[in-house]
Design a protein around this ligand. Structure first.
Ligand code: MLT
Length: 313
């Protein structure tokens, strides 16, 4: 009798291009990291990993769609600390569970948070910036990429620590928000360094501080929040590759290996570092470490963000 067909085995996987859903507009930090790793993954998988930007609702539109895709290895996604850490605390009726709806593939990059503002914001340093944002109230505009995104969650945390109540302006990603900031159309945001490092270095926007314990080698002149007078604000984000739950084991193994290779690629590592990102250590890589990170991030962010939202009522 013919051998019983097993689960869709992956002998020939991948036999056609793979879609990587990026849940924000092109040109933002998640898109930048996605395109970087997708390029190297394509080479090692022997099929194109094609980026599809599906923006909206703080990234949850794209991640929900990816979570409902067939788990055959032909749809993966670039999620992050917002979609897979902050969203459950902020997003009513979230249609996925970051810790249950996915097969984690692995962490792609750490992305420290920088407090950035339009060049002509009238404050020479962080202390005067904080005073201006606090006293400016709703006259000050703060950009973010939707409820639960990294810029939104780190932004409302900033507001609750500072006691500021700016007007929040939503974008389909912090790429478009950055364009408005360079045009002086929006006052400030807390964004991932890999999006804003080139503009800060180029002088088209300004950075008041970076929210990490040490300065970034990519932005040596930007003080830490501790140095600049806001020691309570230390926060970093991360971007990571996920697949919908239920991949055949050998398909998952091929995706895991392709991401691991991308993180060993000299050019990929160089680009992530140049943009101020951090390359995951060996211990931080792979599915098990990412699953643990997601569980700990949801547990960490939920009370913090609930308090931040309650505090701002
Ligand atoms: C983006 O890629 O636009 C950002 O990740 C959005 C955000 O989470 O702030």
């Amino acid at each position: 009798a013919a051998a019983l067909a097993g689960p869709a085995s992956a002998q020939g996987y991948p036999e056609r291009p793979i879609t990587m859903i990026v849940p924000f507009a092109p040109g933002g930090p998640t898109d930048v990291i996605a395109r970087l790793v997708a390029e190297t993954m394509s080479r090692s998988l022997g099929q194109q990993v094609v980026i599809e930007n599906v923006a909206g609702a703080g990234g949850t539109t794209g991640i929900t769609r990816a979570s409902q895709a067939t788990p055959d290895g032909y749809t993966i996604m670039m999620g992050h600390m917002g979609t897979h850490g902050a969203a459950p605390a902020l997003f009513k009726g979230l249609k996925y569970d970051p810790a249950k709806s996915f097969d984690p593939i692995g962490l792609a990059a750490g992305t420290p948070i920088v407090i950035v503002a339009k060049n002509n914001f009238d404050a020479p340093d962080l202390k005067t910036f904080l005073e201006a944002v606090k006293s400016g109230g709703a006259k000050i505009n703060q950009a973010h990429a939707g409820v639960g995104s990294v810029s939104h969650s780190t932004g409302i945390l900033f507001n609750s620590i500072v006691g500021a109540k700016p007007t929040l302006v939503v974008y389909r990603g912090t790429g478009p928000a950055l364009n408005d900031m360079m045009a002086g159309q929006v006052d400030f945001m807390t964004d991932q360094i890999v999006n804003v490092a080139p503009q800060i270095t180029g002088g088209t926007i300004k950075a008041y501080a970076i929210a990490t314990p040490e300065r970034s080698p990519a932005l040596p002149n930007v003080p830490t929040t501790k140095e600049a007078g806001l020691p309570g604000y230390e926060v970093s984000a991360w971007n990571a590759v996920f697949a919908p739950k239920g991949l055949p084991k050998d398909v998952a193994a091929k995706l895991d290996a392709a991401l691991a290779k991308a993180l060993e690629d000299d050019n990929t590592k160089k680009r992530i570092l140049e943009l101020g990102g951090t390359v995951p250590t060996q211990a931080e890589r792979g599915p098990a470490a990412l699953q643990k990170l997601v569980e700990s991030e949801v547990a960490r962010w939920t009370p913090v963000l609930r308090a931040a939202v309650d505090g701002s009522q």
